[in-house]
Design a protein around this ligand. Structure first.
Ligand SMILES: Nc1ccn([C@@H]2O[C@H](COP(=O)(O)OP(=O)(O)OP(=O)(O)O)[C@@H](O)[C@H]2O)c(=O)n1
Ligand SMILES: C[C@](O)(CO)[C@H](O)COP(=O)(O)O
Length: 234
């Protein structure tokens, strides 16, 4: 812990996806956004933070784009080969941290390469609110709209109680040892692990939800990138 009142941390950035829903000429993390590649904005959020101990980015093995980026030369950034699924890419990053001497009790923040609009205030709130938490947790956004459960015929079955529904965002913050163990166990059991919290839940723990900004969106479809471009151009 430093005098900043937020704990020091490692970052793991899964960036080995192909971005199929984006339908672009390259993986979405390399598409241009406000003068540089989208992933460079994502990494800047962490590289600008004084509590960062180091950052591991999981990149597809044959990826031709990563080596040409300026951030690939930063001494604090290490590259590992990502895997077939997001969870495999995260696990590769965590294993690398462990092999390089990170302690099992160290905090690790996992953040999608495809979320370039993480606000410093959200990052600090996550770090500050979870600093003494026994489990860890994640940025999340409360459901805003009325929610419907759909039947196979495309008709409404019921209206869902939205007061207990949150959308899971990243970063997600857990102790290295706890996340490694949970992710390995969940993957070996074939459990669905779409985020880090799912793995922690799978071993019976309950991650804490820390409310974040809705504009920390994951660039998934072309309109998401257009929205960010317009917003950043203002
Ligand atoms: N095998 C994979 C798959 C995804 N990711 C990363 O996980 C994040 C969130 O995944 P998603 O938005 O689903 O990205 P893609 O898998 O690239 O997108 P799509 O599902 O549209 O192909 C992204 O930063 C992506 O690069 C990864 O590191 N390794
Ligand atoms: C981890 C995540 O960002 C939480 O919302 C999200 O689940 C990753 O995207 P995917 O489409 O599930 O791979």
């Amino acid at each position: 812990m430093t005098a900043r009142m937020t704990p020091d941390f490692w970052a793991v950035i899964p960036a080995a996806g192909v971005g199929s829903r984006m339908r672009a000429d390259r993986p979405k993390q390399y598409l241009p956004l406000a003068g540089k590649a989208l992933i460079e904005h994502t990494l800047d959020c962490f590289l600008d933070h004084p509590g960062l101990l180091g950052l591991v980015v999981s990149i597809a093995p044959e990826d031709p784009y990563w080596p040409s980026l300026t951030c690939a030369l930063d001494q604090r950034v290490q590259r590992v080969d990502g895997g077939a699924e997001r969870a495999d890419s995260v696990l590769a990053g965590l294993c690398h941290l462990r092999e390089r001497g990170a302690r099992l009790t160290d905090w690790v923040l996992v953040h999608d390469a495809a979320r370039p609009n993480l606000a410093r205030g959200d990052l600090d709130r996550l770090l500050g609110e979870l600093a003494d938490d026994p489990v860890g947790g994640l940025l999340a956004v409360p459901a805003r709209d009325t929610l419907k459960r759909a039947g196979a015929d495309g008709r409404v079955v019921e209206t869902v109680d939205r007061s207990v529904i949150w959308q899971a965002y990243t970063p997600q913050m857990f102790r290295l040892g706890a996340l490694l163990d949970a992710l390995q166990a969940a993957l070996e059991a074939g459990a669905a692990v779409t985020d880090e919290a799912s793995a922690i839940e799978w071993v019976g723990e309950s991650p804490r939800l820390v409310e974040g900004r809705a504009d920390n969106l994951k660039v998934t479809r072309p309109e998401d990138l257009q929205w960010l471009e317009q917003r950043w151009a203002r």
